[in-house]
Design a protein around this ligand. Sequence first.
Ligand code: LMR
Length: 334
Amino acid sequence: MTRCKFLLALILAAASSTSALAQSPIVLKFSHVVASDTPKGKGAERFKELAEKYTKGRVKVELYPNSVLYKDKEELEALQLGSVQMLAPSLAKFGALGIKEFELFDLPYIFPTRDVLYRVTEGPIGKSLFNKLEPKGIVGLAYWDNGFKVMSSNRPMRVPADFNGMRMRIQSSKVLEAQMRALGAIPQAMAFSEVFRALQNGAVDGTENPPSNLYTMKMHEVQKHVTLSNHGYLGYAVIANKKFWEGLPPEVRVQLQQAMKDSTKYANAIAQQENDRALDAVRKSGMTTVHVLTPQQKAEWRRVLLPVQKQMAERIGGDVISAVNKEAAALGSR
Ligand code: LMR
């Protein structure tokens, strides 16, 4: 988009976002890229229910799941322009905004347990990452959980050598690029909405995601093998357009903050069970062989993937990585 077109769009959006606030009810468009029957989809539905309840209808939340309104690449720009008021992008997708530190969450084995994850998202590291959003016209509202990722493709993946030469779809993250290269695979960044078709027509050989995304996007129908590697984490930042959020009547903002707090608790409480349910459905489908790694194979994956943490220290901040590893050690998880 040329500079003057972007400026014009900015002016129009600013007008529309202020007019949005003048509307009655205030319309809050919440766009995301996954199916409704996922942790993020259900979290968004719970936020809608509570936001409309707590504001007594002063706010109307319009949900746009499954990339129906904006795809990966477009959604962050649409939020900055005020064409949409809320998103919940994967933490792997903030590099596009120039905030590479969010790729901390993509590092292999950085979170041995959810306890370590919550220490990060609910502590100073999570807060400092949200502070980096403000100059981009974005407010960070909450961190929503999904889960640990599995690998899928059309050949068994038991040891790293099995990935040699495979074209693996990733989210647009330099850390995930480094992860796939460490396995000997060829990383291909691609919007989530395009993954099923790319797997179906062989444009890529495989991908990674928590089971809830794999199953709800029917990837098991075009992937003969899944390995329960849990090699990395996928979660979300729920974010709002700063001008819209700060322009809300104060009492409405407080009510929406409470709706966000309660829907966050709900979304994080259901995440693991949603992934367990999806994995069970994949197994029951009989279309995919689910591989469990032996301790020796797990050790081999760690040997190959752990160096990515050091390799990416300059990009993400070595001090942040050591802080997370210290948290893990303090919780006895390392
Ligand atoms: C992906 O692109 O694989 C995920 O970010 C989709 C999502 O938002 O869970």
